[in-house]
Design a protein around this ligand. Structure first.
Ligand code: GAP
Length: 458
């Protein structure tokens, strides 16, 4: 079960092991912006590659796109973001803190954290005012209203404005989708909880264009497909749940919407990691009107033309990475040892480093043999070579990094050209010929665990 203090444990482990650092830390940090370190960038890249493969490469009805972050400002008028992408904000004149007016119940008064803002005698809350979440900047050398541009708050609009470009270039027929991965920016009023809600983040979004009337069937199918994908990452089934948006929660563009929630534990509990939305023809209709360009799809075979409806799947790469970290964290006792161990039990295919290679001693040709093996394996996947310190400590460091396999070169290795593979999850060991290591690890990378299993070695 998720532990109450899991995020605190993760923030310190992430820094110690090089998963995630606070942005500009030496200057005191930038509010709710994070940098991915050597392990974190591999982990997030693995998430993104897996999504891209599932959504684009393994399908023939979804095309890829990489649209620019900066777009024509009219895009955001048409999409409704200039007028409507805002949260109600209140300031406290006494302590200068800011809160979302609609989330006061979830916030704590800085002067008396057991009370909510407004409940302490000193509190002086202002009337709520709307605060637009888009970051505004200027294009070109002159800072004037005519040159205002926005950092995109979602990647989706890059797909809508390219709908016909992609359809005509690829000759796809409806139903088909367009997918992209990219940065999005939101000037969140109450960001926080590590990388859960940040001001700069990455989205993996797919818009599936369908004939009106067929939309709800596609919506149901995508809901199930997306849950399957999340399960395939190794996230526990009982930590995932659908949440259907009520009429009050539905976004201005949505006909129907479900969140896929993940249980982050502690005070966060179940929270959205992905949204599946039926956006009707709202976006294409708006862009058609604001651009005065026809965006209809022509179905020549059936002699029809129409604005397709859109089923959107939208998932945050950072939120999935956080879910993987929460899901993977295990602190366990080890038989015969006083200190327990911390293990990040990632699915082997997602683990940042696949294997640690360790010579048992620094003599008898063991380091040379280990370095040769590490160099050969590096051609296939990320490998960490370590000859420093006691072997037990080296294993523990890799357990914390989530490395599924430890390969040890010992006295017998140089004599009979074999090594031991130690498995992260059950600490079991097997001996294999050096020439078979890459092949055996390849089989294990497909499995969703790193336990000794003789069927994968035979
Ligand atoms: N195009 C639809 C859209 O953007 P959303 O529910 O606002 O929908 C989709 O965002 C996903 O993007 C969320 O489920 C979440 O994973 C991620 N996301 C949104 N805001 C975020 C933030 N401030 N920090 C990190 N991830 C965020």
């Amino acid at each position: 079960m998720p532990r109450p203090d899991v995020l605190e444990t993760l923030v310190s482990l992430a820094k110690r092991r090089g998963f995630i650092f606070q942005s500009s830390e030496i200057y005191g940090g930038t509010g709710s912006v994070w940098d991915y370190g050597p392990l974190g960038v591999e982990l997030k890249n693995n998430v993104k590659a897996r999504w891209w493969n599932a959504m684009v490469r393994e399908r023939d009805d979804v095309e890829g796109l990489d649209a620019a972050i900066l777009m024509h400002p009219k895009v955001w008028e048409a999409s409704g973001h200039v007028s409507g992408f805002s949260d109600p904000l209140v300031d406290c004149r006494a302590c200068k803190a800011r809160f979302r007016a609609d989330k006061l119940g979830d916030a704590a008064c800085p002067r008396k954290p057991s009370k909510q803002p407004g409940e302490h005698a000193d509190c002086q809350l202002t009337e709520p005012r709307q605060f637009n979440l888009m970051f505004k900047t200027f294009m070109g050398p002159v800072e004037e209203s005519a040159s205002v541009v926005y950092l995109r708050p979602e990647t989706a609009q890059g797909i809508f404005v390219n709908f016909l470009n992609v359809q005509q270039a690829t000759r796809q027929k409806v139903p088909f989708g367009i997918a992209q991965i990219g940065k999005a920016f939101r000037n969140e009023i109450t960001p926080g909880n590590f990388i859960f809600r940040t001001r700069e983040f990455e989205q993996m979004e797919m818009q599936f264009f369908v004939e009106p009337g067929t939309d709800m069937a596609h919506f149901e199918r995508w809901k199930q497909d997306r849950l399957e994908w999340l399960l395939g990452l190794g996230l526990d089934r009982d930590r995932l749940a659908f949440h259907q948006h009520t009429d009050k929660e539905l976004a201005h563009y949505a006909r129907a919407a479900f969140d896929i929630n993940f249980d982050f534990g502690g005070t966060l509990g179940f929270q959205e990691i992905e949204g599946v939305h039926n956006r009707s023809d709202f976006d294409l209709r708006q862009h058609q009107e604001y651009s005065s360009k026809k965006l209809e799809y022509v179905d020549q075979a059936n002699n029809k033309r129409y604005l397709p409806y859109v089923i959107e799947t939208s998932v945050g790469a950072d939120r999935v990475t956080l879910a993987l970290l929460v899901n993977a964290l295990r602190e366990e006792a080890v038989e015969g040892e006083q200190e327990g161990r911390t293990v990040m039990g990632f699915h082997p295919a997602l683990a940042p480093i696949k294997a640690g290679v360790f010579p048992l001693t620094k003599k008898d040709g063991q380091p040379e043999m280990a370095e040769r093996l590490a160099a050969a394996l590096r051609k296939r996947f990320p490998v960490f070579y370590d000859e420093a310190g006691a072997i037990g400590r080296r294993y523990r460091r890799q357990d914390e990094a989530g490395t599924p396999f430890g390969i040890t070169i010992d006295g017998d290795s140089t004599a009979n050209d074999s090594v031991t593979i130690r498995f992260r999850d059950d600490m079991g060991q097997i001996r294999v010929a050096t020439s078979r290591v890459a092949e055996v690890l390849g089989r294990y990378l497909e499995a969703d665990h790193a336990r000794a299993d003789s069927r994968l070695v035979e």
